[in-house]
Design a protein around this ligand. Structure first.
Ligand code: ADP
Length: 158
């Protein structure tokens, strides 16, 4: 059974994240989407709501688990018996940041491999930051979010 972790802030989960997840499911038997949180960093949506949004967005998809974690991603991988970390790449900036993180992780835990998945061109400009900017300014972020997500419902509860 090949299990991978797809970690991220997912604040909130976008169509870009969904596209990376779909690609990862072609490579692995199971993908765990893991909301990484840091108790000292508040975020836009609390981790429980981020998890709820991802569960809704992945409703009906097989071989997907959604949860949250704090601490090192490699420790969480060990805990879940996962040998790969999935990260999405949009730009060369993403690549530079991600390669440094992956080297550090590899040094600490050589058994865990980072797997980079390129963004689909129609999603490569989408980021949670843009979505949050649209939302705080009262705009409609529907076109950046999975179809079945009514973000206003979650905004009321944050
Ligand atoms: P983090 O704060 O850990 O970078 P994000 O939620 O911003 O968390 O992103 C999680 C992962 O998804 C990262 O690997 C990021 O590069 C990737 N990602 C974000 N948006 C997109 C997108 N539109 N297309 C492909 N990958 C993306």
């Amino acid at each position: 059974m090949r299990t991978a972790i797809f970690p991220g802030s997912f604040d909130p989960f976008t169509l870009g994240h969904l596209d990376v997840l779909r690609s990862a499911l072609r490579l692995f038997d199971k993908v765990i989407v893991a909301v990484g949180y840091n108790s000292s960093k508040k975020g836009f949506f609390p981790p429980e709501i981020r998890v709820e949004i991802i569960k809704k967005a992945t409703e009906g998809m097989e071989n997907v688990e959604v949860c949250s974690y704090s601490g090192l991603t490699i420790d969480f991988c060990r805990q879940k018996g996962a040998r790969c970390i999935i990260r999405g790449l949009r730009t060369t900036t993403d690549f530079e940041l991600e390669s440094v993180i992956s080297q550090a992780n590899r040094k600490m835990e050589p058994e865990i491999l980072s797997v980079f998945i390129p963004a689909g061109h129609e999603y490569s400009f989408i980021s949670s930051t843009v979505v949050r900017d649209v939302l705080v300014n009262g705009g409609d972020a529907k076109c950046f979010l999975p179809k079945n997500i009514d973000i206003s419902e979650y905004l009321k509860r944050r």
